[in-house]
Design a binder for this molecule. Structure first.
Ligand code: PEP
Length: 246
């Protein structure tokens, strides 16, 4: 029996101050009224404890591999958990490109997340160059084998397939491409790790209200990781509703 869940996950990136907490509350209210989906907001670390009373599932956007130590400016998974998070994104393409994170770093971060009791949302995705060269599946296979640790289960891990060229650009693969890639990712996960076939696999990259229903209707898509369109309740709630209706 499958353990896949439908996730509406928002990634606020480096946006949001206390003035934006009203959006968290509105999203939390909508989440209470929608059955069958898990809504998660991955907030800036500075907002996590401020949003903890919302009742919404919260996530961080990155964590260190260590549980504490002399690492100025970094945040441990244990600290995210202490601040109210139950999820953390690891391996987002912006971390891979801005901070040179490699698959082995991401696997270690996922294990640190697990040790702190967090569910790791592990991101994978090809660049435009790889997409155009027809290397998408090779890239994803390498990323899965390097960044998804053995021991990944539906309880401790969610996968987000995010083509780098679709993030924040308004571009998306075709629905056929998304479905084909997700089905391949699921096969790769199944051969990589014991419970891999049951992991939830989210699509990310320019999801918005206008395309959410079509993307979420695809059989191997278990929801979305949403950046820009998760910042405002008025943009994100229709996406949550599209997922609940899928
Ligand atoms: C993201 O940041 O993970 C993302 C998918 O961004 P956007 O929805 O803005 O493309």
């Amino acid at each position: 029996m499958t353990q896949r869940c439908k996730f509406a996950a928002g990634n606020w990136k480096m946006f949001g101050t206390s003035a934006d907490l009203s959006h968290v509350d509105a999203i939390a209210q909508a989440a209470r009224d929608l059955a069958g989906i898990v809504t998660v907001l991955c907030l800036p670390a500075t907002l996590l404890s401020r949003a903890a009373d919302s009742g919404l599932a919260l996530g961080g956007q990155d964590c260190h591999t260590a549980s504490q130590g002399a690492h100025t400016g970094d945040t441990a998974a244990t600290m995210l958990a202490d601040a109210g998070a139950s999820y953390v994104i690891v391996g987002h393409s912006e971390r891979r490109s801005d901070h040179g994170e490699k698959d082995a770093d991401i696997a270690a971060k996922a294990q640190a997340a697990w040790a702190a009791g967090l569910t790791a949302i592990i991101c994978i995705g090809e660049t435009r160059k790889d997409y155009e060269a027809g290397r998408t599946l090779d890239v994803l296979r390498t990323q899965i084998s390097g960044s998804v640790p053995q021991g990944a289960t539906p309880q401790n891990t969610v996968i987000a397939y995010e083509p780098v060229w679709a993030i924040g650009t308004g571009l998306t693969p075709t629905s056929e491409e998304i479905q084909t890639t997700h089905a391949e990712v699921r096969d790769m996960l199944a051969s990589h790790t014991g419970d891999g076939a049951d992991l939830s696999v989210l699509y990310g990259g320019s999801v918005k209200a206008a395309n959410a229903a079509e993307i979420f209707a695809l059989p191997d898509v278990d929801g979305g990781l949403v950046g820009g369109a998760s910042l405002k309740a008025a943009d994100f709630i229709p996406i949550m509703k599209a997922l609940a209706a899928s």
